[in-house]
Ligand binder design. Structure first.
Ligand SMILES: C[S@@+](CC[C@H](N)C(=O)[O-])C[C@H]1O[C@@H](n2cnc3c(N)ncnc32)[C@H](O)[C@@H]1O
Length: 294
């Protein structure tokens, strides 16, 4: 008869780690089928299980280390279109406190906000949510855009994976704290799952939510976090009456999946555009839509 030990080794191969991965795979599969997403290949299921395991570890370690900062040389060369936005939004005083690649990303964010929100009037104070904010690097631009519109914005970033270790053992959390410290508007950064979040806002701005499993897997997260239905419901739940949502998708296929989930909901299109920023080329075509809730 097989001893308990032999049975354990045969069943779980390399021991405890595989056992943990199996458990994660099990949990992930349960969530996966509960969330009614598209089917995954065996390879993606394993990848999802491994992502779930490391995500769990990061979320519990909560890596934070003070002292993150950025700086740019004053004469960072930008093409004229970018210079125009820099001057219009008096962004140099913020830009010099960012790495050049983050400075230009913020100028591109201002460009996107102009493309999508121009002509809107805003209440003041204005509560803005940015779910999926990663390290909150777009915060300076979002704040500056609304300050220029003579509103008093309060901006809350929500990120499910806030403790990813980055260069110098800093995490996304540390980066976010830095961007908050240089931004001239009140803000908060919440390490939370937006699907479990409830703080109704006047405006939600969301860049690249995970709608399909492949991008979630590529970003080191379990496949189950990608849920078009989850995003539609969470946007609606977090809107004040008459509140608005700006969503930018990475490609038309993600937009189409989102639309399927949105059908029959009260999220109605105000404006929709395929965007290509002239000074910040994007790997994936940007598909942006501005919605109103109830
Ligand atoms: C493609 S990245 C977008 C990054 C950033 N918004 C940008 O503009 O580049 C998607 C981000 O959303 C986060 N995310 C995914 N699901 C989430 C959820 N349910 N709640 C909060 N953040 C989530 C991921 O961890 C990741 O940082």
């Amino acid at each position: 008869m097989m001893s308990k030990n032999v049975y354990f080794q045969r069943t779980y191969g390399n021991g405890i780690l595989c056992f943990a991965l199996d458990l994660c795979a099990l949990c992930d599969l349960v969530f996966f089928y509960m969330s009614n997403s598209q089917p995954l290949s065996i390879f993606d299921k394993l990848r999802s299980a491994s992502n779930a395991f490391w995500f769990f570890i990061r979320a519990h370690l909560r890596l934070k280390r003070r002292g993150y900062s950025e700086v740019s040389p004053l004469e960072t060369p930008f093409v004229p279109e970018a210079q125009h936005f820099n001057t219009k939004y008096q962004f140099t005083e913020l830009g010099v406190q960012l790495f050049p690649r983050h400075w230009i990303r913020n100028l591109a964010t201002l460009w996107i906000l102009e493309q999508m929100l121009e002509g809107e009037s805003w209440p003041t104070p204005l509560k803005v949510l940015e779910p999926c904010c990663q390290d909150f690097v777009r915060l300076p631009a979002i704040a500056r855009y609304f300050l220029t519109q003579n509103t008093k914005p309060h901006i809350t970033g929500v990120e499910i994976d806030a403790f990813v270790p980055l260069e110098g053992f800093h995490s996304r959390w540390d980066h976010a704290e830095y961007y908050r410290s240089i931004t001239p508007a009140p803000s908060e950064y919440k390490a939370q799952d937006f699907f479990k979040f409830y703080e109704p806002a006047d405006l939600i701005i969301c860049f690249y939510p995970f709608i399909s499993p492949a991008p979630a897997l590529a970003w080191g997260l379990p496949a189950a976090v990608a849920s078009p239905q989850g995003w539609v419901e969470s946007f609606l739940k977090n809107l004040k009456p008459g509140g608005r949502v700006l969503v930018v998708h990475q490609g038309d296929w993600e937009e189409a999946e989102f639309d399927k989930a949105r059908a029959g909901s009260s999220l109605q299109i105000i404006r929709r555009k395929a965007l290509e920023c002239p000074f910040f080329p994007s790997k994936h075509p940007m598909h942006a839509t501005f919605y109103v809730g109830d």
